[in-house]
Ligand binder design. Structure first.
Ligand SMILES: [Zn+2]
Length: 358
């Protein structure tokens, strides 16, 4: 994507591009104990420390965060060899994924609402020729498999449909809200237009931040106001990330990234909510897997792992032993923290700088 660059605003090399404040990646990385180096000069840059690896591509709004692709709201820019990143993306995507404990609103998850996409007169994607495959069939079969596995893992599970019935979109998150579900998971399978059959791999969507366009929009919708889902937006992002990571790592599939969209079923959810596009029915290899019960069982198992990993991140702090009758807690020596960006002890050393860069 070509950017209309209008540089020259701030002394600290910050810039204002297409209505967004951009900051030098090198400055932000330095303030957070990350070293940056080119993977491909002028094109692709990495920011790393012993526990974290971020990769950004010039003009791209997909970043790699610890091995998983994540959509940014605005493309990174290259100003004469300096990679710039939108402050909006640092605030809404990068930092929440690197510092989850600062952003999560911890809550115990008892009930999970599964939403098999489409149903009844709404077939969803239809792919085939001699025999037509309907998306609605496979979303339901995956949901029933996932329900059984989640119950075995100790969760209560409710479904927006258990048969081939039509359910209005607003009724789906409404059910989750009414039952006080802790998570909402909408299940879908993808399709491309003819001639793009090579596209494959899962995509996991969560709500778009206020002020940004969705991943599936052409820059449109940035003026969209806040939805109910934006109240727990950071939880949803971290949930989506754990699911995408579990799918990619456990199934060995192509990573089509964590993405943002204001899908109707996501907007009204009061709990962390995601929509999984579990793969492409238009890809010859992937479609065979989607239609195969053994593969769907493996996919369900991967989703359960992602949910359990999110639950660990999201565990209420009350599970920790009480502070009384314990000696005062000493800060760990530099380099021993398990926090992803605190290994060099450089986080927060300069409050003024932190305010600017974080
Ligand atoms: Zn669908």
């Amino acid at each position: 994507m070509a950017l209309c660059l209008a540089f020259g605003v701030a002394p600290a090399h910050a810039a204002f591009i297409n209505g967004q404040t951009y900051v030098p990646l090198a400055d932000w990385a330095g303030a957070n104990g990350l070293k940056i180096f080119w993977l491909r000069r002028g094109e692709e840059i990495a920011a790393t420390n012993p526990t974290t690896r971020l990769v950004f591509d010039k003009d791209s709004n997909t970043a790699e965060i610890n091995g998983i692709h994540v959509a940014l709201s605005f493309p990174v820019a290259n100003d004469h060899g300096n990679i710039l990143i939108a402050q909006f993306d640092l605030d809404n995507t990068v930092r929440p994924l690197l510092f989850p404990s600062r952003y999560l609103k911890p809550k115990r998850i008892a009930t999970i609402c599964l939403d098999p996409g489409h149903g009844g007169r709404d077939s969803g994607n239809r792919v085939g020729g001699f025999f037509w495959h309907n998306e609605k069939t496979y979303t339901l079969q995956l949901a029933l498999e996932l329900r059984d596995q989640l119950r075995r893992a100790g969760f209560n599970v409710i479904l927006t449909r258990t048969r081939d019935t039509y359910v209005d979109l607003p009724d789906r998150p409404a059910l989750a809200n009414r039952f006080g579900a802790g998570l909402f998971v909408s299940l879908h399978f993808n399709a491309t237009q003819t001639g793009k059959n090579e596209v494959a791999g899962p995509e996991t969507y969560c709500i778009t931040p206020v002020g940004a366009a969705s991943s599936n929009a052409q820059g449109e919708g940035a003026d969209h106001g806040a939805t109910t889902a934006n109240r727990v937006e950071k939880n949803s992002l971290l949930f989506a990330y754990q699911i995408q990571k579990a799918l990619v790592q456990n199934l060995g599939v192509n990573d089509r990234s964590v993405r943002r969209a204001r899908w109707a079923v996501l907007c009204d959810a009061q709990m962390p909510a995601i929509l999984i596009e579990g793969g492409y029915m238009t890809n010859p290899t992937e479609s065979k897997r989607i239609y195969d019960a053994v593969w769907r069982r493996q996919m369900a198992a991967a989703i359960v792992k992602g949910i359990v990993n999110y639950q660990k991140l999201n565990a209420p702090k009350s599970a920790a032993p009480p502070a009384i009758n314990h000696p005062p807690v000493k800060p760990p020596p530099s380099g021993t923290s398990t926090h992803p960006l605190r290994t060099s002890g450089s986080v927060g050393v300069s409050p003024a700088r932190n305010t600017m860069m974080n």
